[in-house]
Design a protein around this ligand. Structure first.
Ligand code: AR6
Length: 174
């Protein structure tokens, strides 16, 4: 698997699937979620409502992932995952890891070969960027998948630098 870093907007990525940092309602929100629904148009929300009606009546649990098509976005699919809110008292890193693992599992079901991830949980959910980057990079490296390209799409230079460092650190321990 190739891992690439891009500084930019995930809604502009031309890949098989982009991952949305959603919340369990699947009904939209701010951050990446807001941008995806705004630019992707109403079809994504309609499919999210169907997912709720058919499978996730109580909401999509934290750490899990589910796909819709991508509406007007250049990607083919949106894989919605729910990151954990960061906690100073409880170690929730397994749940953050699970977001990446489960998103890649759903990508495999879709036969997606290229997947773009945002820095899940690092915005509204307050996960420290350096730690989130380490967890993200380590998890995608450790996951067995048919995905050939993972692209981390980072909104700003600090996030990009954190992922660059995480890739370097993880290389050194391979
Ligand atoms: N492309 C790439 N990265 C982005 C973009 C974008 N267009 N917009 C923001 N980011 P967040 P979370 C970065 O808050 O922490 C929503 O309301 C952002 O700078 O989107 O998992 C949901 O509905 C940050 O580094 O997701 C949930 O309620 C990262 O993406 C909640 O926020 C993630 O920030 C989820 O919170």
């Amino acid at each position: 698997m190739d891992i690439h870093l891009v500084q930019g907007d995930i809604t502009e990525q031309r890949v098989d699937a982009i991952v949305n940092a959603a919340n369990s309602s699947l009904l939209g929100g701010g951050g990446v979620d807001g941008a995806i629904h705004r630019k992707g148009g109403p079809d994504i929300l309609a499919e999210c409502r169907q997912l709720r009606a058919s499978t996730y009546g109580k909401g999509l649990p934290t750490g899990q992932a589910a796909a819709t098509t991508a509406g007007r976005l250049p990607a083919r699919w949106v894989i919605h995952t729910v990151g954990p809110v960061h906690s100073a008292t409880e170690d929730r890193s397994d749940l953050l890891s699970s977001c990446f693992r489960e998103s890649l599992r759903v990508a495999d079901e879709l036969k997606a070969r290229s997947v773009a991830f945002p820095a899940v949980s690092t915005g509204v959910y307050h996960w420290p960027m350096d730690d989130a980057a380490r967890i993200a990079v380590r998890t995608v490296r450790e996951t067995s998948t048919s995905v050939r390209e993972v692209r981390f799409v980072l909104f700003d230079a600090d996030a990009y630098a954190a992922f660059e460092q995480a890739i370097g650190a993880s290389d050194a321990t391979d």
